[in-house]
Design a protein around this ligand. Sequence first.
Ligand code: MTE
Ligand code: HPA
Ligand code: MOS
Length: 767
Amino acid sequence: MKTELKHFPHESAVSHVTGEAKYVSDIQLHDNLLWGQAYFSPIAHALIKKYDLSEALQTEGVVDILDFRRIPGINQLNAFTHDEFCLAEDKVTFIGQVIFLIAAKDRETAIEASKKIKIDFEEQEAILTIEDAMAVGNKLSPTRSITTGNPDVAIETAKFHIQGSLTTGAQEHWYLETQSAVCVPGENRNMTVYASSQNPTETQNVVAEVLGLQSNQVICEVKRMGGGFGGKETQANPIAAWAALLADATGQPVLMQLSRDEDQKITGKRHPFLSYYEAGFDENGIISAYNVDLHANAGSSFDLSIPILERAMFHADNSYFIENMRVTGTMWKTNQPSNTAFRGFGGPQGMAVIENVIDRIARFLGKDASEIRFNNFYQIHSRNVTHYGQTVKNNKLQRLWNELIKSSDYYKRRKEIELFNQKSHFLKKGLALTPLKFGISFTTAFLNQAGALVLVYKDGSVMVNHGGTEMGQGLHTKILHIAAREFGLTMDRITISPTNTSKVPNTSPTAASSGTDLNGMAVKDAIRTIKNRLKPLAYKMLSAKDDSINDGPLIFRDNFIYLKSSPEIKLSFSDLIRQAHIAQISLSATGYYGTPDIFFDREKGKGKPFHYYAFGMAVSEVEVDILTGNTRLIQTDILHDAGKSIHPEIDKGQIMGGFIQGVGWCTTEVVRYDKKGNLLNCSPDTYKIPGIGDFPVRYKADLLKNANNPNAIHQSKAIGEPPFMLAFSVWMAIKDAISSVANHTKEPDFSLPATKEVVLKSISNLI
Ligand code: MTE
Ligand code: HPA
Ligand code: MOS
């Protein structure tokens, strides 16, 4: 009998609902806690001529105000590229860049003081869009490319040919907990940082750098985040560094938290892309050649733009084998906050282009787009190598397509929709199936490692420390399941500690959907070490109960240890542990995991960057009101490959959340700036994330059965990011509905997001 663990709820489910769950700003400290407030640049590009802090400093309740000269260490925020000032020196390069830091008794006082700061700027011309940057050649780094076959010749010789461009928009993360940190100064200038960070080690490193300390003088602890979505992979570091500078200067603990408006204004978003493509194909829609140039608006500095653009390039093929292909990637430097990681990490931007291309090919040939997609899928034995040279193994695309076409009643509904559209003038329906293939691993190969520290206490209870952070995605719950299964303990015997750099060092960010893959393996490794130490004693104790017992495989299950051959003679885990302590056996161990055999040669553009791929597919049906451009999501059917799921409910939650977040990006979320670079929609009344009414009227998500993933922890598969891209089914269904206005004979203008404006414009161009 197997211990049934799967229905244990999210470890914080109850405290999330009751409000007991603690976030950074809930931390109760001594009454000398100060509020830290940043002073933000109001101009996108300017020289700082002079400033005067004296009047502001006299505000009652203000303890200190810092400029860059007061930084004891390095004035830098990016631990790798050192291209981001912690506090501006003689110029500002985006709106929201921080120039001064104020410590005061409370927020109101700090805001009052910030209004008294006098500063003279000399405004410079700002570059805001990709087009602006292209016009003056403002590349952040040279264009890169990946090529396979001979795309230029193949385009020439292809039977048919299309070309065009596509824009995809920015996206605000809209985590519920805005960027925040509490810093507590200790003895000898040591600093403890309570952060809302996906990346505690980098937060620790950046704080150490600005304070001029070694890493061993800074501790970063993360209990949980109220959402991260990539927005706290690097961009949680600045607020920790600012709070630490104030705490160090004042000798008092400091809390900093951005208001919603501040957060939206000053933090980076998903990179907007402008992409140019051409494709050659035959009468079956099989693409023989594809050239695509991806251009990303990186913002004012590198941040994570290099790996994001790289992932976009790796995903330009989505699920399709293309024999001759060239993808180029260029990052443009602009006077905007530096754009950053966001669920999918460039993958969605690269995949949107090929999805639109396939859709165009289908319309061109007068065929059903889902069939053109099928015709181009990676195959099992041949036509299975990507443009960067990795073989697509354990491909689930054909299985997913066959099962989903059937379970969603695709063909029947296709016919019904055709009939509906013939009769209905102002409401048009659309239907689309889209696939996804997503590479799992950090594309920066060395980041694919994790550590753990497992502690068994004398009473037989267990505390697990690991390097991953909890942002709502259920990582800690999955790790609890893994630890319970490895130790054969019930869940009530195990707790997970907050992530802490003094327990597990040198951690990678919890990102790239690999939190469970990496940390789960490290925890398993630590538990194996402890179990191996316990085994000789367990044999001894079992044989004392029955001297016929001497060897054979030991089973750890349901809080007992026994031999497979004689399950009736048992030893309780707590008895074993009590004796082990007396027998001087060490009851704690570290664990480690590094993903094997992944590499990528950036010069050659070839390698095996991913440990494996995740696959998924969705069919969505929408209704478009052609008079208002309003769209309604009627039905979505999802079939997703989560391997052998460690926790199906959590995985389904990730599918639902990822999908609807993708729907937001694909349909309603527009980040708008004025000509000076001021963000115009920095609150939820003007920035439209999906609400409950945007959820499909009918929704079904299933996990693909019999899909064990041989290379990962307990044969599971990463789930965090891939479902985001299931939302392409909605985007393409909207296009299908628009296209029905001209009876699918004309190619609609289209872009992403397909807002009401885009939809209306597109329709009016067709009629
Ligand atoms: N789910 C919730 N509830 N909140 C989040 O912030 N972030 C997503 C995804 N799911 C996120 C989430 C992103 S961008 C990633 S990379 C993964 O979770 C990270 O966690 P994992 O590696 O444990 O899946
Ligand atoms: N995903 C997320 N974060 C990253 C990656 C990646 O592939 N590479 C470096 N940081
Ligand atoms: Mo996720 S964008 O890799 O944090």
